[in-house]
Design a protein around this ligand. Structure first.
Ligand SMILES: C[S@@+](CC[C@H](N)C(=O)[O-])C[C@H]1O[C@@H](n2cnc3c(N)ncnc32)[C@H](O)[C@@H]1O
Ligand code: SF4
Ligand code: SF4
Length: 339
């Protein structure tokens, strides 16, 4: 990968344990009704979309600050009519990545998103069996479309540094699927990530895997070191959760934060009901100050999702150099399909 001044500024800020990661819900609209998610419920569907003009305003307000890793999510980001110009706007000063369910991916959209400058796209696949995935996501054909999306994305990249991952939410009933899913990702030519299930917002069913799953995942990673690119330290930490199953302290508000489709700013996606203000209206220094205060006062350690886990592992984990080495695997160039 070519190292630019933007990379150097990001790395410097990261090394100083600054604000490095932003999650962005552009919209809550979604065509799926996943069992583990509530964004498809009517109260979320009624919310507005963040427009391109509003994203430009947010970018202008963040101007001059260190670059962020911005994770575009939702809802289903591919449902946003202005997704491509929004990606372009985000990528000017920051590093934007996206997670989506893959349903609306086309070759043209994949190419446009890569040309807009996205660094990484992850497609959610939670079970090896198409039937189980489709039932869990309440959408017949979801598995097949996700696999097609992965293939289009890997083939349409325009820079070797652009990466495509399959991502699985680790739950209580898909542990046996993790290694075969990793092998499926390998067979498509993409890499594999996991995140851990969270119930810390709304009224979700308890679906968390037992803590010893962390060690099992590390063993799978050792068998698939090139394709299973989740950080070893991230997986290990899940196994080290305390007796209450929590991982504390959480650095959401200090090193990562969330902006939703109304511009509301909160420490994380699971604290949407405790916003510190709105980035479209409020002063950014004041918002960051309030986020920091909320983080210091928080005793929450309720999730170990990939929103917080990898950032915290890299910034605070034991044997940080080992994690940096591991991260290199996630960032390595992958030759273009047509080169
Ligand atoms: C909220 S979704 C938005 C993007 C897109 N709609 C999708 O499903 O990929 C972002 C990621 O969170 C995951 N997710 C959904 N509900 C979750 C939960 N309760 N705990 C942890 N991750 C969850 C999804 O599988 C996806 O990988
Ligand atoms: S596809 Fe994503 S946003 Fe939509 S319901 Fe499922 S997890 Fe939620
Ligand atoms: S542990 Fe942190 S990221 Fe997770 S719900 Fe609590 S405050 Fe949010």
């Amino acid at each position: 990968m070519k190292i630019s001044p933007k990379h150097l500024r990001y790395s410097w800020n990261f090394a100083r344990q600054g604000m490095a990661h932003m999650n962005l819900q552009l919209l809550y609209n979604c065509n799926f009704h996943c069992k583990i998610c509530d964004f498809w419920h009517p109260e979320w569907q009624a919310k507005p979309k963040l427009s391109l003009a509003q994203v430009d305003t947010i970018m202008a307000k963040l101007k001059g600050r260190p670059p962020l890793l911005i994770s575009i999510g939702g809802g289903e980001p591919l449902l946003h009519p202005e997704l491509v110009p929004i990606a372009r706007s985000l990528c000017k000063d920051h590093f934007a990545v996206m997670i989506c369910n893959g349903w609306f991916m086309t070759r043209q959209k994949a190419r446009e998103l890569w040309e807009a400058g996205l660094y990484e796209v992850s497609i959610s696949v939670d079970y090896l069996s198409p039937d189980r995935h489709d039932t869990h996501r309440d959408m017949p054909g979801a598995h097949a479309r996700a696999i097609e999306a992965l293939k289009m994305l890997i083939q349409e990249r325009v820079h070797p540094h652009q990466r495509v991952h399959m991502i699985t939410v680790v739950m209580d009933d898909n542990l046996e699927d993790i290694e075969p899913l990793c092998e499926l990702a390998e067979s498509i030519g993409v890499t594999y990530l996991v995140t851990f299930h969270s119930t810390s917002r709304g009224r979700k069913e308890k679906r968390a895997a037992p803590a010893d799953v962390g060690a099992r995942l590390v063993a799978i990673k050792k068998r698939h070191p090139k394709s299973f690119v989740a950080l070893e330290g991230y997986l290990e930490s899940y196994a080290q959760a305390g007796e209450d199953g929590e991982i504390k302290p959480c650095r959401a508000g200090k090193n990562l934060f969330n902006i939703d489709c109304t511009g509301a700013v909160s420490t994380c996606i699971d604290r949407l009901d405790e916003p510190v203000g709105n980035i479209l209206e409020d002063d950014v220094d004041t918002l960051f100050q309030k986020l920091s205060e909320q983080q210091k006062a928080s005793t929450c350690g309720a999730c170990w999702t990939s929103c917080r886990g990898p950032v915290e592992t890299m910034m605070y984990g034991k044997e940080r150099w080992r994690n940096f080495w591991d991260m290199d695997n996630m960032l390595k160039d992958v030759p273009l399909a047509r080169s």
